[in-house]
Write a protein that binds this ligand. Structure first.
Ligand code: AGP
Length: 604
């Protein structure tokens, strides 16, 4: 939920840190700040608002310090205020934090810290406690500190009397680090690290890092030096830039064809799905009698599409679970339950904890993750990495469609292994999956049509998406996309269910976007559309019809390319993403960084 960066190098740190914070801003943008350590003097600059405002505030600062830490905040404890912004300083200690300290109130009482505190944050309590424990040996104080903390944390710390040194330690919350020619760097994720080095390592939990200017020392809590595995970034810095697009979200919508090709192509051999290079053992499919899909938000919606395909093609029962619910429902799991976890960031705490619960009950776990080496990936039995490249916009688009494509690969592989799908059907299935990037490219060509719809709906207080079967699943994702970036209150409804109450909300000009791509229920959806049209709704129909000129059905028709209705989700997704994008843009909103949100929800 927050962005963290630390730099200890051979050049002034201020601008390096602010530049890094700009790369990390999608992780949280309520406030931003940094601390610099120079000749025994700590300077802290922080404020509410975006990183650009912090940069303007400090543009005339000429602090030569080449060692510093920076933070972008998504508020958890305490409001969005300058005082609550990070870094937090207490005595000789200054630090930044991503996570939630669950026992911070007990620590205030246990160590009588109240008089030391000026903010409302759990983070300042950590700084005050560390300052209390500090008697001149930083690592000793940090060891004592982490024994007292309960919860998730990624900390970067500097001590006033320890020159040119940054310390760091984490539990659950993500951190990656790299040694480079410019110096030592540590950050919440690769978007701020790639500027310095393509080689990095994931910071091991409960290990103390000491970042000097030309090396990073990693020690376990017993003081033993360890050498973490070095990883290589599999994308370049331009992937984390807009490259001429007005927003990251639009760029990522247009990247979907290549993102899907990059994800599925390495898993196809001789026209059939092949997970050999992913190390996913066929046995995990052979033993599977039922599937639990666990995720949050858009990732969960991708899992729902997967359920539709697995159940309809293989007749294997699939339960899709909201991760935050799954964790506390005492789920029914056994060794024949396969758990599929989906997460773009690989750091969503609810999904991570749900994964651990499933494993503890004997289920094998396959995770579909977009960030290499992320926590969820490392905790899983098997990982199917998607290759969408970094997804910067808070609203997930290309990560969604590649997750869906990964679910289709799993469905087909499972069908072959369990002999529930003939090789002939599997080849036909895979040829249609291979064609989905082309469907998306054809759909993208009608983007201008979507702009006109967006202008019509942007002032609507309420809007309904309706559909049946796979199209109802798509409606759920459509409603989330529209809500999270345009702030229009959208609701997804099973088209056949409207009559049972909600149709009371359909009055003159209320927008209803109806998705009707499923042939077996097409006529039923058209009947449902007539019901809302008869009550004055403004209806947009999304279907494969060449054209629809019947005013009793819709005011506007959006045609998606004709395809087997099992594969309509890919084109439909693009339409729904563009509706949300253009509506948000027409309202002049911050499409990439919508209010109250952050890209990765690493707190419960
Ligand atoms: C996507 O548009 C949302 N920003 C959000 O629902 C997201 O999908 C969810 O938080 C899960 O994130 P993850 O895929 O990184 O686990």
């Amino acid at each position: 939920m927050c962005g963290i960066i630390g730099f200890n190098g051979m050049k002034p740190a201020k601008d390096v840190i602010i530049d890094g914070l700009e790369q990390l801003e999608y992780r949280g943008y309520d406030s931003a700040g940094f601390a610099l350590l120079n000749d025994g003097e700590i300077t802290v600059r922080k404020r509410t608002g975006k990183v650009a405002e912090l940069r303007r505030m400090c543009e005339n600062d000429d602090n030569p310090a080449s060692c510093g830490i920076g933070h972008t905040r998504w508020a958890t404890h305490g409001g969005v205020t300058d005082t609550n912004a990070h870094p937090h300083r207490c005595g000789k200690v200054v630090l930044i934090h991503n996570g939630i300290i669950e026992n911070y109130r007990q620590l205030i009482a246990e160590y009588a810290l109240a008089d030391k505190l000026v903010s409302e944050t759990d983070t300042e309590v950590v700084a005050a406690l560390l300052d209390t424990l500090y008697e001149g040996d930083p690592k000793d104080a940090i060891r004592k500190l982490v024994k007292k903390l309960s919860g998730a944390f990624a900390l970067c710390i500097m001590f006033e009397d320890i020159p040119d040194t940054i310390y760091s330690i984490r539990n659950v919350s993500p951190l990656v680090a790299a040694e480079s020619e410019q110096g030592s760097v540590i950050a919440s994720d690769l978007t701020a690290l790639i500027e310095f080095s393509k080689e990095y390592f994931v910071v091991p939990e409960y290990h103390i890092l000491t970042l000097k200017k030309n090396e990073i020392i990693v020690e376990d809590l017993k003081g033993r030096v360890v050498k973490p595995e070095k990883l290589t970034v599999n994308w370049d810095i331009s992937s984390a830039k807009k490259n001429g697009y007005p927003h990251f979200m639009l760029k990522e919508i247009y990247e979907q064809p290549d993102a899907i090709r990059n994800t599925i192509t390495p898993r196809i051999s001789d026209g059939l799905p092949d997970f050999t290079d992913d190390g996913i053992d066929d046995a995990v499919f052979e033993n599977c009698k039922r599937v639990n899909v666990v995720a949050c938000g858009t990732a969960m919606h991708a899992g729902m599409v997967g359920r539709h395909i697995i159940e309809s093609e293989l007749r294997i029962p699939v339960q899709v679970e909201i991760a935050s619910e799954f964790r506390y429902k005492d789920p029914i799991i056994d060794e024949n339950t396969l758990t599929i976890v989906l997460s773009q960031s690989g750091e969503t705490i609810d999904t991570l904890e749900a994964l651990k619960l499933a494993k503890s009950r004997g289920s094998k776990v396959i995770s579909i993750v977009n960030v290499k080496g992320s926590t969820i990936a490392r905790e899983s039995d098997y990982v199917l990495y998607t290759h969408a490249g970094p997804e910067i916009a808070v609203a997930s688009t290309k990560a969604y469609t590649v997750q869906v494509s990964a679910m289709y690969l799993i469905a087909c592989r499972m069908g072959l292994v369990k002999k529930l799908m003939s090789e002939k059907d599997a080849r036909r299935f895979m040829s249609m999956l291979v064609n989905t990037p082309n469907l998306i490219e054809e759909t993208l060509s009608m983007a201008n049509d979507i702009k006109r719809i967006a202008n019509h709906i942007k002032l609507s207080p309420d809007l309904f998406y309706i559909g049946r079967g796979l199209d109802y699943t798509m409606s759920l994702e459509a409603a989330l996309k529209l809500k999270e970036i345009s702030y229009v209150h959208a609701e997804a409804y099973a088209a056949g269910e409207l009559k049972h109450g909600t149709i009371a909300l359909i009055t003159e000009n209320v927008p209803v976007i109806a998705i009707a791509t499923q042939e077996d229920v097409y006529s039923k959806v058209i009947s449902n559309i007539r019901e809302v049209k008869a009550r004055g709704a403004y209806v947009v129909l999304v279907s494969m019809d060449e054209e629809v000129n019947d005013a009793t059905i819709c005011d506007k028709h959006i045609r998606i390319p004709k395809t087997d209705s099992r594969f309509s989700a890919f084109a439909t997704a693009v339409i729904l993403q563009l509706i949300a994008y253009y509506t948000s843009d027409a309202k002049g909103l911050d499409v990439d960084k919508p209010r109250n949100l952050a890209k990765s929800v690493t707190v419960e």
